[in-house]
Design a protein around this ligand. Sequence first.
Ligand code: ATP
Length: 319
Amino acid sequence: MRKIGVLTSGGDAPGMNAAIRAVVRKSIYHGIEAYGIYQGFSGLITGNIKKLEIGSVGDIIHRGGTILQSARCDDFKTEEGQRQGIACLENHGIEGLIVIGGDGSYLGAKALTELGFPCIGVPGTIDNDIPGTQYTIGFDTALNTVLNAIDKIRDTATSHERTFVIEVMGRDAGDIALWAGLAGGAESILIPEEHHDMEDIAARIENGVQRGKKHSIIIVAEGVASGAEFAKNLTEKTGLETRVSVLGHIQRGGTPTGFDRVLASRLGAKAVELLMAGKSGRAVGMEDGEVVDADLLTVLNKPKHMNQSLYLLSKELSI
Ligand code: ATP
């Protein structure tokens, strides 16, 4: 392995830069040239590729977003696009590719692997919804961003004795809502993986009011309902005045936490090690504090289970 390429794809996540830095520096440390592919898989089609030096990834470990930029590229879902991508990599003499992104990006890496080009997947998404790893790069930062917002909203909720509905990201996965709701002491947490009964939620909030509770915070993952829609239903059921906060894209940005930087550094370096060992079609991850790798296809076929015990705990603690 003399030349390795790296790209970021799908939604950006804090810590992607730390992963790029790890890939580039680990490669150079071992005498391998590193190439950045810009704008995700579309950079493979347009040939937007540049050699990265040690200094190219200086001063980025603490920055959110991705210096390689990200993009969604439908052309890459076709075999023609994928073959074009491989031709582009081969023109640059690149022999292995590291794809940092979510499960859609993993499908791109799998397609290249099946066409004979060695690829390794690195889980980079705030949603924490990729099987084969307990944590994805960016999740911890997003969790802390949401938590910070909940704490601030709690101050005003207490002062005005109000019920707040906070809508957070998570179309299919509720980890951001669940972890932030548990850590932020929310009264109710609504996640896409669980069924919710509006009567039950209303009854819980009303019970709280009756025993003198001054405010309530409800976290709703966007995949369950919009914050506005949910708040309207709740007001109709309870008569309580509710306020809505939609946190939106602030959850994607910001300085990565120490946890995300260390995770990204370890996973990026492991991806390089795998290519150096002649491995292909693998996805790296973190399980019980250890860096692991698994077959990309197996990872893609495995459903990611939400942490049921955390969900039950959140119910027990929010009585
Ligand atoms: P996030 O979880 O943050 O949304 P993601 O990686 O799942 O990230 P997607 O938009 O699903 O984001 O995928 C990113 C890119 O991966 C797509 O724009 C496309 O270029 C590539 N991709 C997705 N699906 C496939 C596929 N079936 N075959 C080849 N490439 C794909």
